[in-house]
Design a protein around this ligand. Sequence first.
Ligand code: SAH
Ligand code: SF4
Length: 342
Amino acid sequence: MSGLVSLKDFTPTDLEIWVQEAGQPAFRARQLLKWIYSQNIEDFEAMTDLSKNFRAWLAQNARIPCVVRERVLTDEDGTRKLLFRLQDGERIESVLIDEERRLTLCVSSQVGCALGCRFCLTGEAGFRRNLTAGEIVDQICAAKRELGPNERLTNLVFMGMGEPLANLEQVVKALEIITSDHGLNFSTRKITLSTVGLVPEMLKLSRLLPIKLAVSLHAADDETRSRIMPINRRYPLSELLEACRRLEMPRRQRITFEYLLMDGVNDSTAAARQLAKLLKSLRAKINLIPFNEYPNAAFKRPSPGRIAAFQEILQEEHFTAIVRQSRGAGIMAACGQLRHSH
Ligand code: SAH
Ligand code: SF4
């Protein structure tokens, strides 16, 4: 650890306070923020509107980068996986997904994950630690440096390594920086956070920020869900869906429910009907994700026929149900395939 103050861990308001404590006028914070987030500069020397003295003082007391880009892997489908090293030597990954009209960055919120879902490689690898707000925000700054001259990041998803709501404090702070017009100036409408459904944290987040929520459901009955997702024993389906009804959401916004399809586990037509029944009274949209395989995985992806039959039942029940083919499987960048390597 460097012992230097990490500026990307400050919200714009925090930075203003810190700058004043350093004996500088408050507007210095705005200048710094502009260099850090609008210009994506990491070197104090380049901040030419700051006095030489202040720049030298900053260099001795503060630092800007939180993650170091180690490698970029590019899949045949254009998906880029970015591997980062953190100050303490831990490693995380982000994924840039290029679609027709959007360019989405999928960020990590923890090193590993403690929730142990049976189908997820991140979960299998166990939990190492929470990311700081700066480490979350810096994944975006670093990803922006990878973009070509005609590319612009349009969407952000918290669907990388970790359970974001298990790291709520740092995630909320990161979101403040990401959405502030003095920070990365991202619209809340372009941000989706995926969660297994930590009920109190979901409710709390919805009161703080109007970002979109995706809930990883993956089963329509408690027995199956508890078997594949241990968290269901703490927050069973009835409690989770009740919380979804109580979420504070902008009018017309819908909750996305993610449903991972695993052969012979949760992909029967009976399961589809039960899912439709469960989500009946909710403003829901369903994303069906065929299981992404990885070495020694205990599950299989269902046949295209079974996937189509499942989708059809939901559509007959008037749900928007889309089959999401994960991108980046060729470089182990698809959902559930991210794993930290030491
Ligand atoms: N912890 C959060 C966010 C990260 S995971 C969550 O679980 O929601 C992002 C999505 O990938 C989740 O819906 C997760 O269930 C899904 N996923 C995990 N393993 C997968 C796999 N092997 N194939 C396809 N999707 C997977
Ligand atoms: Fe953690 Fe999400 Fe993986 Fe479950 S699916 S182990 S919550 S990262």
